[in-house]
Design a protein around this ligand. Structure first.
Ligand code: NAP
Ligand code: G4F
Length: 341
C-alpha cells in the first residue's frame, strides 16, 4: 500500500507516518522548501540507514495546484491523508487570506488532482472541532450544526463540504475526520498545552520566570495525537466513506491544564502566569466537547491516553529538553562552546 501525506512534517503527520510505516506502507510525504531544517519530527524515520527507504519526501505546497497534480499522477497512491494547513487559529486572524488559500483552496486543489487522475484513491480530510465554534449543542457529534468562529474554522468548513461534495458528486472515497484537540510532546510550541508544559519545565529548571497566556476559561476536549492518527487510518479501511468525530468525551479548561502541569511539578502556577491580552482572539470558541460514539461503534476506536497521562507525558518530554538546555547554558557560562564537548 502506498500513502501520500500532506503536512507530514507536522505533529499529526509524524505520528501518522510512523503508524503507516509500521503497517508496511510506502509513505510519500509533501514538504515545503524552507531556509532551515523543517523535518525535525520525522528525522528519526527518515535518517535511519537501517530502515528500508519506505519514506520518501517530495517538495510541494498546498498553494501550488499543478505541482500537487503532477505528484499525484506520478506517485499513484492508494490513500491520501490531507493534513497540511496553517493550523493556528489565532494566526489565521492575522493571515486570513493565506490560511484560506492553503487550508481551503489547498484541499480543493488536491481533490481536483485526485479526480483528474481517475484512480480509486481514498482521501482523508483533516477536519476540525473548530468548525463547531460557537456551539449550538453539547456534546458535539456528526449531526451538530457548524458555526465557525475564525478564518481557520471557515477554511476547514469549506474543505469539509468539498470532501462531502466530491464523495457525492464523483463517488470518491472521501472521509472527514472531525478531530477534537489532540496534543503530544511533538505539539507545536505556540499551542496552549505545549506552551504551558514547555514554560513550566523551564521555570522548574530556572530558565524562565514568567508565562504569558490569554483566555484561561476556554474549555477543550484534549486527547493524545498518537491515538488519533489510528482513527484516520481506520476511516479509510471501511467499506463506505463517511465522517466521524474523534474525541475523548471529556472537557477541561486551560486553567485545569495549568493545575495538572504545575501540580505535577510541585509548583503554584499563580506565581508565574500573567494574562496578556495579545493572546485573546477576536472571537473565541468557549467550549468543545466531542461525542465519539459513532467512531467507537463503527471503527471500534477509542482513546487510550487520559488527560492526566497526556499532561504528564508532555511534561516529562519537555523536562528532558529543559535539562539539556540548562546543561548547554551552564557550559556556556564556563566559557566552553557546547558543540565542542
Ligand atoms: P501542524 O503541526 O501545524 O502541522 C501542519 C502541517 O501542514 C505542517 O507539516 C506544515 O508544514 C504543513 N503546511 C502548512 N502550510 C502548508 C502549505 N501551504 N503547503 C504544504 N504544507 C503546509 O498541525 P497538526 O496539529 O499536525 O494538525 C494536522 C492537521 O489536522 C491540520 O490540518 C490541522 O488544522 C488539523 N487539525 C488539528 C487538530 C489538533 O488538535 N492538532 C485538531 C483538528 C484538526 P511546515 O512544517 O513546513 O510548517
Ligand atoms: O492551543 P490552542 O491554540 O488551540 P485551538 O485554538 O483550540 O486550535 C487547535 O485545536 C483545533 C481543534 O479544535 C485545531 F483544529 C487547530 O488546528 C489547533 O490545533 O488554544 C486553545 C485555547 C483557546 O481557547 C485559546 O484562546 O487556549 C486558549 N489560550 C489561552 N492562552 C491560548 C493561550 N492559546 C494559545 N495558542 N496561546 C495562549 O497563550
Amino acid at each position: 500500500m502506498k500513502a501520500f501525506v500532506t503536512g507530514i512534517t507536522g505533529q499529526d503527520g509524524s505520528y501518522l507516518a510512523e503508524f503507516l510505516l509500521a503497517k508496511g506502507y510506502d509513505v510519500w510525504g509533501l514538504i515545503r522548501r524552507s531556509s532551515s531544517f523543517n523535518t525535525g519530527r520525522i528525522d528519526h524515520l527518515y535518517l535511519d540507514p537501517h530502515e528500508q527507504p519506505r519514506l520518501r519526501l517530495v517538495y510541494g505546497d498546498m498553494t501550488d495546484g499543478s505541482n500537487l497534480s503532477s505528484l499525484i499522477s506520478e506517485i499513484k497512491p492508494d490513500e491520501i491523508y490531507n493534513l497540511a494547513a496553517q493550523s493556528h487559529v489565532r494566526v489565521s486572524f492575522d493571515q486570513p487570506i493565506y490560511s484560506v488559500n492553503a487550508g481551503a483552496l489547498g484541499t480543493l486543489r488536491l481533490l481536483e488532482a485526485l479526480r483528474s487522475c481517475n484512480l480509486p484513491i481514498k482521501f482523508y480530510q483533516a477536519s476540525s472541532s473548530e468548525m463547531y465554534g460557537k456551539v449550538v449543542e453539547t456534546p458535539q457529534s456528526e449531526t451538530t450544526p457548524f458555526y465557525p468562529r475564525s478564518p481557520y474554522a471557515c477554511a476547514k468548513l469549506y474543505s469539509y463540504w468539498q470532501a462531502v461534495n466530491y464523495r457525492e458528486a464523483y463517488g470518491i472515497f472521501a472521509c472527514n475526520g472531525i478531530l477534537f484537540n489532540h496534543e503530544s510532546p511533538r505539539r507545536g510550541e505556540t499551542f496552549v498545552t505545549r506552551k504551558i508544559t514547555r514554560a513550566a519545565t523551564r521555570i522548574k529548571c530556572g530558565l524562565q520566570d514568567r508565562l504569558y497566556l490569554g483566555n484561561l476559561d476556554a474549555k477543550r476536549d484534549w486527547g493524545f495525537a498518537g491515538d488519533y492518527v489510528e482513527a484516520m487510518w481506520l476511516m479509510l479501511q471501511q467499506n463506505q466513506p463517511d465522517d466521524y468525530v474523534i474525541a475523548t468525551g471529556q472537557t477541561r479548561s486551560v486553567r485545569e491544564f495549568l493545575d495538572e502541569v504545575f501540580g505535577y511539578l510541585d509548583l503554584d502556577w499563580n506565581q508565574y502566569v500573567r494574562i496578556d491580552p495579545r493572546y485573546f482572539r477576536p472571537s473565541e470558541v468557549d467550549l468543545l466537547l466531542g461525542d465519539a460514539s459513532k467512531a467507537r461503534r463503527v471503527l471500534n476506536w477509542q482513546p487510550r491516553v487520559s488527560f492526566e497521562q497526556l499532561a504528564r507525558m508532555m511534561v516529562d518530554a519537555d523536562m528532558e529538553l529543559a535539562r539539556r538546555e540548562r546543561v548547554i547554558q551552564n557550559h556556556g557560562k564556563e566559557g566552553a562552546a557546547p558543540w565542542s564537548q
